[in-house]
Design a protein around this ligand. Sequence first.
Ligand code: B12
Ligand code: SF4
Length: 630
Amino acid sequence: MELPPRPRGDELLRPGEMLDLRRRLRRLARGHDLTTVIACAFDPRTRMLPFVYAATHMAPAGVRAVGAAMLDAGFEKTRIVLQQWNPNFRPQQMRLDGRVPDLFMVSSMQLHSAACEGLTRDACRIDSRHRPLIVVGGPKAIYEPWNAFSADPLDPWGADVAVTGEEYVLLDLLEVLLSIRANGESLRSTFLRARNSSLLDDVPGLVYAQTDKAGVAEALVDTGVQRLLGDLDELPHPVLGYRLLEPPARRATLAAQALPAGRVARYSPIASLVMTFGCRFACPYCPIPAYNQRQHRAKSGGRIADEFQRLYQEYRIHNYFGTDDNFFNRKERALDIIETLARTEIDGAPLCKRVRWGTEVTLHDAFQLRDHFRTVRKAGVRALWMGIEDMTGSLVKKGQSVDKMTEVFRLLRWHGIWPMPMMMHHDAQPLISRGPAPAGLLNQVGLLRKAGAISMQVLMLVPATGSALYAGTYTSGMAYESVGGRRVEEHMLGGSHVVASFHPKPWRKQLNILAAYLYFYNPVRFLLALVRPKSRLYLVDAGEQLLGMKGLLLTARRTLGWALRLCLGNIRRRSAPPMSSLPMRSTEGLEADHALPGTRPAAAAGWKRSTAAVRCGRSGTELPASAGRT
Ligand code: B12
Ligand code: SF4
């Protein structure tokens, strides 16, 4: 199920609204000495192809963005902990500035849910007198916020609030809280007062628990879908987030200082950079267009150039990855950015001599821009990841074809840009096919390689939260509950495990993925890349082969057992998607925006929305510490 649209015309924040909020918060922050820890959840079981390197060598943009927003607002005592770098970090033992932080936040993708739960549970064990306000956010919370709260009264862990949106929502929430926070009051206590006085209900993008007297969650209140920031130039600068990284270590506690600027590039040699959001295609397995409310959002070319400059000068990071959903999707916007970057200099040299970057595009849009590849290269672009999916278009049609692919790849290589195709395997696709149409997975991988692909990824179609196909994949019985007695867990939902299929021999699908990788990454191709180079990209090609072979071993180790279960075990199927065990409602007592169909509706709570209270909170007047329920 896709996220519901906001009313037409009300999808975006008013221009300047983010800048105003940042200014107001900076003023408020002066009176509050907040300490904050932001953790990025990471489940090591997800380390396999195609993300073996990037998942650990690129400090994620989400936590950095949240950290940058905090620092920009004036909260200097903020630390970002990446579980991929600090696997033994224990929230119970964290101290910042000699004390338990006021605010503990966790960011998680769906794939890392178990790690997110572990961090939240651990933070909940902190003595209630010192317990920080616990906030969960990121892609997991955006689509399944209910998982941040326990529905079991005998095991009552949980975040205080899940943020189903971006930086603006968090800052909006903080403004409400800091406006009413009493002197010396813990942030969590302020939160409970605000919650119980319905002050949070004016902040779209939150889900919080309605609790009983013992603090056990009884129902969830959803304040609705967030308003999105349209002009991304209003975001705090990404240089800020890198100042807050916890140095990699095996200890459970935090270091006295954040990672020094001079060591950032060593651990994060690639920096992810937000440039644009949105895509005008409507692939039914993809949540991106609905998440973006069918809007296109972007930074200006000038702002992006400034970000490259400052990140390079401050941290000496040479490699960048644009977090775009589909960078070439709007031609004028892409050209504006590209042309600005092509004119930019960093430390007296053209930008492309100092930094290189890659991003995601579709083959169709790349084809439309093929006459501009020279400028694209001058702008520093060195790699383009392209969702080719299935070249014959039998899975999804987004303008891909063998001829287009061959032409685009040839031109990209000519200009020194690496083509990085992304494939999607599905039930109807054979491993090898005969005949003129290259329907088979290996046929297509062979064609891609011949056309000059440097890397290749193949994922199996899995139910993606927030996509149009999501609920149907479960209700149709396609998605598995368990195989051979082993439950399908969230860390297996990344597309590398076959977890949804009607194929009579699904183990073949699992092995097909390994076969495709082996066909692409192997010692023969590695040697050929060196001895019989096809272009000047031969060293990169050989390097990618080595990385791919290492990743293949990891992937085989993690998925062969599953293939065996698929072959020998009994497959139990689901009949409904995982949904909230707690009833949910909107602030008006109606259906919650983030609830899946079938979720129990919650009765309106005992406390009532008070407009007087809302006015009081926003104007900065203190509410009595006893207001509302806890
Ligand atoms: C870059 C990227 C990657 C990189 C990540 C590398 C890294 N270390 O950063 C790589 C290539 C490794 C990758 C891999 C995968 N990815 Co990926 N990836 C992205 C992408 C394109 C950009 C992510 C990003 O940096 N965005 C920019 C930041 C600023 O946005 P953000 O992370 O969402 O954070 C914002 C909000 O969510 C919120 N927020 C985030 N955390 C928190 C925390 C708190 C407390 C608060 C208040 C707010 C908050 O505020 C942030 C600022 O606005 C997104 C799509 C997208 N456009 O976002 C997909 C995306 C994150 N990936 C996704 C998926 C599914 C995967 C894979 C499973 C494979 C796949 N099938 O594509 C693997 C998993 C690998 C692994 N082991 O982790 C999904 C996640 C869906 C979900 N429900 O969890 C996304 C959303 C794409 C999609 N389908 O919509 N990915
Ligand atoms: S082209 Fe890519 S980003 Fe756009 S809808 Fe399809 S899968 Fe999603």
